[in-house]
Write a protein that binds this ligand. Structure first.
Ligand code: PBG
Length: 346
């Protein structure tokens, strides 16, 4: 019987079961994902991370096993974060030849086929938890008071915080030490001005011109990093990171930040966090031809887990939908704590 309603356009035609796959615009594959891993030099047993269910800090001796678990799921790349044996004001353990990331990288690259990215930052290595050495005037016992004063008194010159250019020197040393240990890609996350250029120069001088840089190019000062800071023991002991990480209010500034990183030789451009910043992912996708990465951060992971523990959400479904949305917004690769769970479902 003919339908007498003349609807020319019926989008539902393409939503039928056997055609959905053919017309789907976006796909999510295990090969798009990078699994973050925490290697802890202070423990010889795995320690679970309460606010990130299913994730653990693993001792260096377990790093290879941990990476093999990831590879078995079909995920091919890992991002290493380190918890060092000791911390100091300058974060010197970050570039130690026998440092936690250096040791783990050496073992993982010798014994597995994983593609190893290393996070290059100082916040896990400094005793004050900031992403670099502090400016001279902030050093010493009254750091807290001085930072406080400056936050509240904007008439007295620039805010004292991390010493940008001293940090660049440290980042160069860290990046070279990671490359020497065999890191496949270097990922600076500290939001220091000039960090990509400094690291590119140092890697090139030392013969690592083939090692790419994934810049945490548009990294926001976000409250979604909370669980990570527990996991990596990297919370600042005073103040916050708003004087170097980006203001969540700003979108145009992301373009400018990323342009600078592109000029300095960044190979892959990252936006972080992911879900609350999909507008940034999509504008970078339009503006730049580089691969775009997005970091689906610890807080994004923790909130879905918490809701699913209460029985309010279907974890696998919301995780998949979240990551698919990040790809739809324009990301080519995603760093996510869901990497293994998602890959296993393929
Ligand atoms: C800094 C760094 C952070 C994260 C990755 N690298 C924390 C921060 O800036 O405070 C957060 C990742 C996450 O929340 O999953 N080294």
């Amino acid at each position: 019987m003919a339908n007498d309603r003349s609807l020319t356009h019926r989008p539902r035609r393409l939503r039928q079961d056997r055609i959905r796959g053919l017309v789907s615009e976006t796909s999510l594959e295990p090969s798009d994902l990078i699994a973050p891993i925490f290697v802890d030099a202070t423990t010889d047993e795995r320690v679970s991370i309460e606010s990130m269910p299913g994730h653990e800090r693993v001792p260096v001796a377990d790093a290879v096993d941990r990476v093999e678990e990831v590879l078995e799921t079909g995920v091919e790349a890992v991002m290493l974060f380190g918890i060092p044996t000791s911390k100091d004001p300058d974060g010197t353990r970050a570039w130690a030849d026998d440092g936690v990331v250096q040791e783990a990288t050496r073992q993982i690259t010798a014994e597995t086929d994983a593609y190893v990215l290393t996070d290059v930052c100082l916040c896990e290595y400094t005793d004050h938890g900031h992403c670099g050495p502090l400016e001279e005037a902030l050093r010493g016992s009254n750091a807290r008071a001085q930072e406080h004063d400056h936050d509240h008194d904007h008439d007295h010159g620039p805010t004292l915080t991390v010493d940008n250019d001293a940090t660049l020197e440290a980042l160069e040393k860290i990046a070279v030490s990671h490359a020497e240990a065999g890191a496949d890609m270097i990922a600076p996350s500290g939001m220091m001005d000039g960090m990509v250029g400094a690291i590119r120069g140092a890697l090139d001088r030392e013969g690592f011109e083939h090692v790419p840089i994934m810049s945490y190019a548009a990294k926001y000062e976000s409250a979604f990093y909370g669980p990570f800071r527990d996991a990596a023991d990297g919370a600042p002991s005073f103040g916050n990171r708003r004087h170097y990480q980006m203001d969540p209010a700003n979108a145009r500034e992301a373009i400018r930040e990323v342009e600078l990183d592109v000029e300095q030789g960044a190979d892959v451009l990252m936006v972080k966090p992911a879900l609350p910043y999909l507008d940034i992912v999509s504008s970078l996708r339009r503006e730049f031809d580089h691969p775009i990465a997005a970091y689906n951060v610890s807080g994004e992971y923790a909130m879905l887990h918490a809701a699913s523990e209460k029985g309010w959400l279907d974890l696998e479904a919301v995780a998949h939908e979240s990551l698919l949305s990040i790809k739809r917004a324009g990301a080519d690769l995603i760093l996510t704590y869901f990497a293994e769970e998602i890959a296993r479902s393929y």
